[in-house]
Design a protein around this ligand. Structure first.
Ligand code: PLP
Length: 442
């Protein structure tokens, strides 16, 4: 063992903040020899040179076969082929697991590939998923368009009501799937209440029929909440959003318990939705290290913008967990906390335009967004979120259009609803643009 390793072990023993760890990671990881680099180089090799057939065979045997006997972390790993694993992804996964407080992380080609991956290892034909009634549009489409073909049943209930969830669980239910905050309505799910409920159900079940909880925490990022600490089994993120932070790459991750690691790696290897090493790199060296500073800035701005929107007569209501008026303010304060325990309401705002009825509200929302697309400098009409630029969109006709219009209203998705994803601009600049547009879109 070299001296650099000893130094780092010494450093690890001292207590440093989470933020420091997200910047430094384990820079003397045996998986990559770059003690002379400040940043890990981009790994750009689809395949790997093997010294002998025996070494190749050992690599294949060890892949996704974690045992207590082989301590693969203390020696140089055997890389075989990028789809199985490579250094940039491995380093990123270690840091993502750390950020979420989970045992292991496995990255995927996109947020949707990560969601398909975790549900892929937890379900099979005949099993049933219980999901919150409002979900990101593509997740909803996955569950309603594709799962019927696989004979996986999906039922939708209101996860903000734990009793309703408890009543809906059947002996076939294997997964409870939810987002919090919910995209786009900003409804929160009491994650601890759901985890406690599942623990009670599991206490009476055969371990092989165990129920699992999965939370899509994309809106919050690990900075604003850590569901695993509340008892949730799996967290998924779209790395494309707040964690990646700069909108350069698509990616996803599943974070969960140690036993799931091999299953997730095998799923990823065989279904093939592997994160490109070149896309893992910016998340590793730019996105994750700057997550805390970006989120702190963005949520301070979001607070100012949400308070401003609340003063506007054109707007029916504003939903932002940092507002005093937020219907689930107590839960928000309990659940949304940063790495230091401060209240962390995030950078996503949902607001509903005032109208004489649903059609009028829809028309006003569209007019507002179209004027904004034409005239605003600091607010951009685009899907995605957690970007350095403030983005605005109309969920009803864009990100959530997979949910039929009538179903949207029944699920509480307002026709006049607008989603605002705050970026790194100064609050004054965003408010100026919104003010101008609200004035001219009347
Ligand atoms: C964007 C998003 C996804 C999907 O992520 P991709 O990286 O686009 O595949 C899933 N869930 C939520 C909440 C999202 O916002």
């Amino acid at each position: 063992m070299d001296t650099a390793k000893k130094d780092s072990e010494k450093k690890e023993e001292q207590s440093h903040s989470v933020e420091a760890h997200l910047i430094y990671g384990r820079m003397d990881d045996p998986r990559w020899d770059y003690s002379h680099h400040l940043l890990p180089p981009i790994s750009a090799s689809a395949t790997y040179r093997l010294d002998s057939a025996q070494r190749g065979a050992q690599g294949f045997t060890e892949f996704a076969h974690t045992t207590d006997e082989v301590d693969v972390k203390s020696r140089v790993p055997i890389y075989i082929y990028d789809r199985l694993g490579e250094p940039n992804k491995d380093m990123l996964e270690e840091n993502l697991a750390y950020a979420e407080g989970g045992d292991v992380a496995v990255t995927f080609a996109s947020g949707m590939a990560a969601i398909s991956g975790v549900l892929g290892i937890l379900t099979g034909s005949g099993s049933e998923v219980l999901a919150h009634k409002v979900l990101y549009g593509c997740t909803y489409s996955l569950m309603t368009n594709w799962y019927p073909r696989l004979k996986i049943a999906v039922r939708f209930v209101d996860f903000s009501n734990a009793e309703e969830v408890a009543a809906a669980i059947t002996k076939h239910t294997r997964v409870l799937y939810m987002e919090s905050p919910v995209n786009p309505t900003m409804r929160l799910v009491d994650l601890k209440a759901i985890a406690d409920l599942v623990a009670r159900v599991n206490a009476a079940r055969d371990p092989k029929d165990r129920l699992y909880t999965v939370v899509d925490s994309t809106f919050a990022t690990p900075f604003c909440q850590r569901p695993i600490a509340l008892g949730i089994d799996f967290v998924v993120h779209s790395l494309t959003k707040g964690i990646g932070g700069f909108g350069t790459d698509i990616g996803g991750v599943v974070i969960g318990p140690r036993w799931s690691h091999d299953h997730l790696l095998l799923f990823r290897k065989d279904f093939g939705g592997v994160l490109s090493a070149k896309s893992a790199w910016p998340v590793l060296v730019v996105g994750l290290p700057s997550l805390a500073v970006r989120m702190r800035q963005m949520q301070a701005t979001a607070q100012r913008v949400a308070e401003y929107l609340e003063t506007r007569a054109e707007i029916e209501r504003v939903l932002y967990p940092g507002l005093v008026s937020f219907p689930q303010a107590e839960l928000a304060h309990r659940q949304m906390r940063d790495f230091d325990g401060n209240f962390a309401p995030g950078a996503m705002i949902y607001f509903v335009m005032k109208g004489t009825g649903p059609e009028d509200a829809l028309e006003r929302a569209e007019r507002f967004i179209n004027t904004l697309a034409r005239e605003a400098y600091c607010v951009t009409l685009a899907v995605s979120l957690g970007n350095i630029r403030t983005l605005i969109e109309h969920p009803g006709s864009m990100t959530h259009s997979a949910i039929p219009a009538e179903a949207q209203v029944a699920k509480g998705l307002d026709p006049g609803g607008v989603r605002l994803a705050i970026g790194l601009e100064k609050p004054e600049d965003i408010i100026n643009d919104l003010e101008h547009v609200l004035h001219h879109a009347r």
